[in-house]
Every structure is written in structure tokens, then in C-alpha cells.
Design a protein around this ligand. Structure first.
Ligand code: GLN
Length: 484
């Protein structure tokens, strides 16, 4: 049963074919067996999970169960969980136990979900391969010598290896979509403001957004139904009304206008990956969609603008780690300054320090206009490009990543090569738009992801577009053991 997707599991629970306790025990047994190898979980919550599963079964026997009651999921380790360590993949927070739950965690609790554990991630969500984690790299279940993508690599590996039914994740520049692409999953990054950020450890606050990693679009819709909506605790959380995301999945795609950004089909895109994407486009034509080329003329500036804006915000957000109230503190500080310096030097890893330095520099008095203000202007141009494109088309599709998963260690020497990982995804965050990645082929036995981007708050449409593809194809059902 635990190989099934979340929606199937929900139906099996409703039909009493299986109990939440049985499911939870099965997942915990598989985690016990596989996790030492994959390193997908930082923390496994055996006792809590069984307690929650028991409670869920009791709710069901009273006839009060909802669609999510008793479904075992995992949370990326940057969502605060009361009483359970929230490390954010960093030594800095290795000893941090939050006194409260993030809104996302709270909503899943309210819906009756079971928390299996907290998943591994790049330190403070900075990375594209899960190799910056203080807890070590995560292995790609498709091939253990490869990265699962990042920063939500633990969530991706956990779902791909069927160590949970679905997982929460976050995407600041591509951290849901790129790991989804590398591990054969459906990744959903909602519109900025669709899901509350309250209780998420902040990286770049104007870009961070919570979303999901699942086997299918239907599963993602079920998770978004739980997560989405206004939260008084996050002033950037939107009051735009929330759709029933599972209700619109079956709409036919006839008449859908799809745009292909020519900038996403140029030099740098692996030829075999491109072929998978072209095949997916043909599939959409068969489903009744019309295809036209569009242009996002400023997209080549997106990575540069992001690597000014995101580090700038990170440098401000991470200034809170002063070793005074919580987090890592160095041994025997001689005075306050020594405590700040050594705690931060020892508590943060190299990539995090690089970002703090870049961000502090970009925000400093002499350079603010040259870097930060300039980057904000580019951000506006990028948003305008999308706005213009969406006057002609309903959704924009293309590759999620220029290639399939790469070997662990292969891109560690040059941070800029790693930064270019998000070449097709980052602009979507700068514009605040919703985006998905869905499996759309295999190249040399490794998954390829198709990115779908929509207008603000068009999650229902994106999920519909993804679901129809998944009804017509079986790429999303492929697993590392079953590629036939
Ligand atoms: N890879 C990008 C970065 O390192 C994006 C990370 C993310 O989306 N959290 O910043």
C-alpha cells in the first residue's frame, strides 16, 4: 500500500482497507531500513507518528474523518514543529526545538495528517543539490551516486523512495521544482502569498514559498487544499479566495493556450532532455491545446538579479543568529564580540557565509544603488515579461532543468555553476508566480521534469494541466525499480 500515491492512500483509508497505524508502521519500517543509506530524514518521529496515527484511526471510527485523516507525510526541516528539532540543515540550529508549529504544520495537524519526520535539506535552503546540509548529502533514489536536487532534496528523496505519502517543501529559486525534476516527482510551488510563511525559517522573505512534493498532481491538489489560505500571522499571506484544488482536475484542456519561451529552448539545454519536452508538447497538442512561441526577453538576467536579492535578504534574516537566545553557541567565549564571531563562524557552513557576505556587500551604503536597486529594477522587468506573455497564453511550459540529476560532488568547486542550476526556475520566484514540475520522460533511465508556469493564483489551472497530462501518460508512475 505504501507505494501508492497520497490520493489512493486516502481512498484506501476511507474504504477501511488499511488503518493509519498499519500505514505508519509500514512507512516507519521502510524508513528504518532505507534512511541510513539515503539520508532523506534528519529526524524520524516514531512515537509521535504512531500517536497521531492512533488518534486518526479513532477519529475515523467515530465517523469524523476528512480526506487527510491518517495520511503519513514528512515536513522539510525548516517548518517549525513544536517539540521536535527544526535544524534547517544547519549546525546553527542543530539544538533548536521550536516552541510552536508553523502554520503549514498546524494545518496538517488539524487535517489529521501523521508526521513521520523532518527531511534533510541544503543549509538554510541555500543550494541545488542538498550537499550543503550539515547532516550530509542526500542520495537520489534513482541512483545513489547522484544528487536528488535541492534544496528540498530530503523531501524529494523521501517521496521518491516511498518513505512518506507526500512531503512539504519550499521554493525560493527552484528548490521544489528542480528536485521534483531530478527524482521523477510532481512539485508544486504556489503563488507567493498563497501559503503562509509563518513558522518557516526565513531565507529570502520576498521569494520563499511553501509547496509540495508528491507522486502526482492529484496528490498535490489534496495537499494544497490543506495548506492554502489567509493567515493573520503572515502579513504577506494573500486573502485571494482559495479554490477546491481537486474539484477542477478533470476539466478537458481543449482550447488551452500554451506558450513556449524561446529562451528556455536554447544553448545549454541537453538535447535528449529537449526531446522529452518536445514529446510532452505534442501530447498537449493531442489533448487539444494550442502551442505558440513566446519570449521572456529578460530571463537571462534572472540568475544575476536573484543572487543579489536573495543574499541581501538572507544577510538580514540570518543576522538573528547571534548565539544569545537560541541556536549554536561557541565554547568559552571571552567576550560578547568573540561569542558572536566564533558562534557564527562555527555555526554556519561555507555557502551560507558566502551569501551573508555577498548580501551585506550589496546592501552597503556605497553599493546599494549599483547592486540591490538595480536588481530590483530587473525584477520588475522580469515580472513585466511574464505579464505580457500571459496576455497571449494561459500557461508557459518548458524544461525545469537543462539536464538530469548530476553526480554527488560534481559541481562543488564552482558556486556559479551551481547557481546556474535554477536557470529556468528562478524568474518564476522573482515574479511571484505559481510553477510546477511534472515527470515527462526518462533519459538514460533518469527522470526529466516539465515546468508549467501560470498566472498569479492559477494553481487550480496548473494542477488541471498537470493532471490531464498524467491521465494521458505514465511518466509519473515510474519508479527507480520500475521504469518499464
Ligand atoms: N538553488 C537556489 C539557491 O541556492 C534556490 C534555493 C531555493 O529555492 N531554496 O538559492
Amino acid at each position: 500500500m505504501i507505494d501508492s500515491g497520497l490520493a489512493q492512500i486516502s481512498r484506501a483509508l476511507a474504504a477501511r482497507e488499511v488503518s493509519s497505524v498499519e500505514l505508519t508502521q509500514e512507512y516507519l519500517a521502510r524508513i528504518e531500513k532505507e534512511n541510513s543509506n539515503l539520508n532523506a530524514y534528519i529526524t524520524v518521529c516514531n512515537e509521535l507518528a504512531l500517536e497521531q496515527a492512533n488518534a486518526a484511526d479513532a477519529v475515523r471510527s467515530k465517523g469524523e474523518a476528512g480526506a487527510f485523516t491518517g495520511i503519513p507525510i514528512a515536513h522539510k526541516d525548516l517548518f517549525c514543529t513544536a517539540g521536535i528539532r527544526t535544524s534547517c540543515g544547519s549546525r546553527m540550529l542543530d539544538n533548536f526545538i521550536s516552541p510552536y508549529d508553523a502554520t503549514v504544520v498546524e494545518r496538517f495537524k488539524q487535517a489529521g495528517a501523521v508526521t513521520l519526520g523532518k527531511t534533510n535539506m541544503d543549509e538554510f535552503a541555500m543550494g541545488s543539490s542538498n550537499e550543503t546540509s550539515f547532516y550530509g548529502p542526500v542520495k537520489n533514489p534513482w541512483d545513489h551516486s547522484l544528487v536528488p536536487g535541492g534544496s528540498s532534496g530530503g523531501s524529494a528523496a523521501a517521496v521518491a523512495a516511498r518513505l512518506c505519502a507526500g512531503a512539504t517543501a519550499t521554493d525560493t529559486g527552484g528548490s521544489i521544482r528542480q528536485p521534483a525534476s531530478f527524482t521523477g516527482l510532481t512539485g508544486l510551488k504556489p503563488t507567493y502569498g498563497r501559503v503562509s510563511r509563518w513558522g518557516m525559517v526565513a531565507f529570502a522573505s520576498s521569494l520563499d514559498q511553501a509547496g509540495t512534493l508528491t507522486q502526482s498532481a492529484e496528490d498535490a491538489a489534496m495537499m494544497l487544499n490543506v495548506m492554502a489560505g489567509l493567515d493573520q500571522k503572515d502579513s504577506t499571506c494573500s486573502d485571494v479566495s482559495v479554490d477546491d484544488y481537486t474539484a477542477g482536475l478533470d476539466k478537458p484542456l481543449k482550447g488551452l493556450k500554451i506558450g513556449l519561451p524561446k529562451e528556455h529552448f536554447s544553448e545549454g539545454l541537453n538535447a535528449e532532455v529537449e526531446q522529452c519536452i518536445r514529446d510532452a508538447i505534442s501530447e498537449y497538442e493531442k489533448l487539444g491545446a494550442s502551442i505558440q512561441e513566446i519570449s521572456l526577453p529578460n530571463s537571462h538576467l534572472s540568475v544575476s538579479a536573484y543572487y543579489v536579492i536573495a543574499p541581501a535578504e538572507a544577510s538580514a534574516n540570518l543576522s538573528r543568529y547571534d548565539a544569545v537566545r537560541y541556536g549554536y553557541r561557541c565554547e568559552n567565549p571571552v567576550d560578547l564580540e568573540d561569542m558572536y564571531k566564533r558562534s557564527r563562524s562555527e555555526g554556519f557552513g561555507a555557502e551560507v557565509k558566502r551569501r551573508i557576505m555577498v548580501g551585506t556587500y550589496a546592501l552597503s551604503a556605497g553599493y546599494y544603488d549599483a547592486y540591490y536597486r538595480k536588481a530590483q529594477k530587473i525584477r520588475r522587468l522580469i515580472k513585466d515579461d511574464f505579464q505580457q506573455a500571459f496576455e497571449e497564453v494561459d500557461v508557459i511550459i518548458g524544461p525545469t532543468s537543462p539536464h538530469t540529476a548530476f553526480p554527488i560532488g560534481a559541481q562543488n568547486d564552482d558556486p556559479v555553476t551551481m547557481y546556474l542550476e535554477d536557470i529556468y526556475t528562478i524568474a518564476v520566484n522573482l515574479a511571484g508566480l505559481p510553477g510546477m514540475s511534472i515527470p515527462s520522460g526518462l533519459v538514460n533511465g533518469l527522470p526529466v521534469g516539465l515546468q508549467i508556469v501560470g498566472r498569479d493564483f492559477s494553481e487550480a489551472q496548473l494542477l488541471n494541466v498537470a493532471h490531464q497530462f498524467q491521465l494521458a501518460t505514465d511518466w509519473h508512475t515510474k519508479t527507480p525499480d520500475n521504469q518499464a
